[in-house]
Design a protein around this ligand. Structure first.
Ligand SMILES: [Zn+2]
Length: 346
């Protein structure tokens, strides 16, 4: 294991897709619940759950979701996936996470979106790991009614485990500006929201998301291409949920040292790191901190700033936000005490 992963960096994951985060063991369990046990050996299963190194862009990356989505089509599967993912996050040492999914993708065997969300909330309640769910609308053709339904369901469950909404899918094919009406509904319903933007498309997509009132942006890394936008993001206090491995998978960047996490941070933009998809990208938020930290030469203060930015941007009450930030600080302080004393020799 990378040495840095053993440090308490990456305690909060605000951008984590449920369907993209099914480990081989979770996938096997869900297949059993669907009465279709998987015949694949471990290597073959992993290759169905994880993106190929030959992936060329976001559209190909998104094709990796077809298989896990098939495993999330009954209430039992959705509930169990949410529960098992929380247990996984706890075992990896996280303090808090927001799991996101698009209910409309799990309705192929007859579940309604409402039933999908109820099943997810049932799974959420079975674990005492601190997590909530974000419901995603999907970019696409002729699904605006389903997207609006997703937001109305989110509003009904806002106090019992749903904490916000999002827009996901192929950004280069369906531009963010198409969804201005949808996010005006989100504002009317009082829903906190984040929007995937500035990943496959450039700064204009982030600007559209900002103008629609997003308080967080999924990825947003291509904002660096427009200095005026960077200034606006800093002034607005919007948080970018940056997922470096995912950006490398989709060829936004060729390597971790090119990821503009610290450039944006140093320009005054609030940034945090996230996994995006633990299985598809073969990562978690701890590993994202380790990889980016090493590539960019980040010190403990930098890691702490990013973890605190995540705590401050979480879709929780102001009291819970303060508690989360205090727990992050405690974990860093405890790790500093555990570290061996520097040698006095030489
Ligand atoms: Zn995402």
């Amino acid at each position: 294991m990378d040495e840095t992963v053993s440090k308490p960096y990456g305690l909060i994951d605000l951008h984590l897709h449920l369907d993209g985060s099914l480990s081989p063991s979770i996938a096997r369990r869900l297949a059993e619940l669907g009465s279709r046990p998987l015949e694949l050996d471990e290597k073959a299963l992993l290759s169905r759950l994880q993106v190929s190194p030959a992936c060329r862009d976001l559209n190909e990356y998104l094709a990796c979701f077809d298989f896990p989505i098939q495993l999330l089509q009954t209430p039992l599967q959705v509930s169990e996936a949410v529960f098992l993912l929380q247990e996984e996050l706890r075992s990896r040492g996280l303090l808090y996470a927001e799991l996101r999914f698009a209910p409309q993708l799990f309705t192929r065997s007859g579940m309604s979106q409402e039933e999908v969300v109820e099943a997810a909330l049932e799974g959420l309640s079975r674990s005492d790991f601190h997590a909530q769910v974000v419901l995603c609308a999907m970019r696409g053709e002729s699904n605006m009614d389903q997207n609006e339904e997703t937001f109305r369901i989110a509003a009904r469950h806002l106090s019992d485990g749903v904490c916000g909404v999002d827009l996901a899918g192929a950004e280069a094919l369906w531009p963010t500006s198409n969804y201005a009406g949808l996010f005006s509904l989100a504002r009317k319903l009082g829903l906190p929201f984040t929007i995937h933007a500035g990943e496959a498309s450039g700064p204009v997509s982030v600007l559209d998301a900002l103008n629609m009132g997003a308080v967080r942006i999924g990825h947003g890394v291509r904002s660096v291409e427009d200095p005026a936008l960077v200034e606006r993001l800093a002034a607005a206090g919007v948080t970018l949920e940056i997922c470096p491995t995912s950006n490398i998978n989709t060829r936004v960047y060729g390597s971790y040292d090119l990821c503009p996490v610290m450039r944006l941070h140093d320009a005054g933009v609030k940034v945090c790191l996230a996994s995006d998809n633990m299985a598809v990208s073969g990562t978690d938020v701890r590993r994202e901190h380790a990889l980016v930290g090493r590539a960019l030469g980040m010190d403990e203060r930098d890691h702490l700033a990013l973890d605190l930015a995540a705590a401050e941007a979480a879709f929780v009450s102001p009291d819970d936000r303060r508690t989360l930030a205090a727990r992050v600080r405690e974990a860093y302080a405890a790790a500093a005490l555990d570290a061996p004393a520097p040698s006095l020799e030489g």
